[in-house]
Design a protein around this ligand. Structure first.
Ligand code: A2P
Length: 278
């Protein structure tokens, strides 16, 4: 069964595979975004902290793709969670990106405790009511904390986390499905750190006439309520990653990747990261 082009959560259709732009800067960001849209990506992910929103905006403009035809996510950095600072950050993002609205605005890390997060989510909810953003959410938020935040702010729509075949996310997925929250997988290729050379990926890839990167992306993209953000500075690999939507995995393939994901290797774990077991 092929993977749907969009993942649908609460009746909202989000293109399943998005183009991630972390650590992509300068001309690489401009050209990467323009080329990703030309290649058929309809979902672009950036963040204030990536320092590339202006370049992402230039790439969008260069592509000629209409604003209504793609999904755009950006993020607020943790120093800007106080409501006034959050509104200013959003204005800067809109100006840099050259757009009038953002589809999904996320809090980049869960810092400051539940109360500070709930205040910031409240400010996002006001931006949603004003039509500046369509949906709101968090990143890097473990299962129990996600449940508490959704209890306080039911509009919370998405949680973007590190998720790949070296790092399963079963408790988070269970909570997210119960709450109808989209889970977005960042670093789906484990940040280029050896996952795609692992067996059994190469074996599955050879059997499905696909590449190991496509197998990992397909394993994520086939999951209900999950969207995926591979990034590549290489035009051919960008197209290869989007074409993962056409890879059909068997039940045995999925079981092999499920087993591999028990490896539990987390590659993005800064000092301000939350207690991942929360
Ligand atoms: P490059 O930009 O040279 O293509 P992640 O999305 O998990 O953060 O991984 C990004 C890393 O994976 C980058 O180093 C990128 O390198 C590499 N990459 C992206 N797509 C592919 C692919 N299809 N095959 C191999 N490596 C890839």
């Amino acid at each position: 069964m092929s993977i749907p082009f969009t993942t649908t959560v609460r009746g909202v259709d989000v293109p399943t595979i998005g183009y991630g732009t972390w650590e992509v800067t300068g001309d690489d960001a401009v050209e990467g975004v323009a080329d990703a849209l030309a290649a058929g990506y309809r979902h672009i992910d950036t963040a204030a902290a990536y320092g590339n929103e202006a370049e992402v905006g230039r790439g969008i403009a260069r592509s000629g793709v209409s604003r209504d035809d793609f999904w755009l996510t950006t993020k607020v950095w943790q120093e800007d969670y106080a409501p006034d600072a959050l509104r200013s950050s959003t204005e800067r993002s809109l100006t840099s990106l050259g757009v009038e609205h953002i589809d999904l605005l996320l809090l980049h890390w869960p810092v400051g405790g539940d109360a500070a997060m709930i205040d910031a989510l409240g400010a996002l909810r006001d931006l949603r009511s004003a039509g500046t953003i369509r949906e709101l959410g968090v990143c890097n938020t473990p299962a129990s904390m996600l449940g508490r935040l959704v209890d306080a702010v039911p509009e919370l729509f998405a949680d973007q986390v590190e998720y790949h075949a070296h790092l399963g996310q079963d408790p988070l997925l269970a909570e997210a499905r119960k709450r109808e929250v989209m889970v977005t997988a960042y670093s789906p290729l484990a940040n280029g750190k050896g996952l795609i050379d692992a067996e059994p990926l190469r074996e599955v890839a050879a059997q499905r006439d696909a590449t190991p990167a496509q197998v990992v992306i397909a394993w994520l993209a086939r999951q209900q309520g999950v969207s995926v953000l591979p990034r590549s500075t290489n035009p051919d690999r960008r197209r290869e990653n989007l074409a993962a939507l056409e890879v059909d995995l068997t039940t045995d393939d999925v079981a092999a990747l499920d087993a591999l994901s028990l490896t539990g290797k987390r590659y993005i774990d800064p000092p301000f990261a939350p207690d991942w077991t929360d």
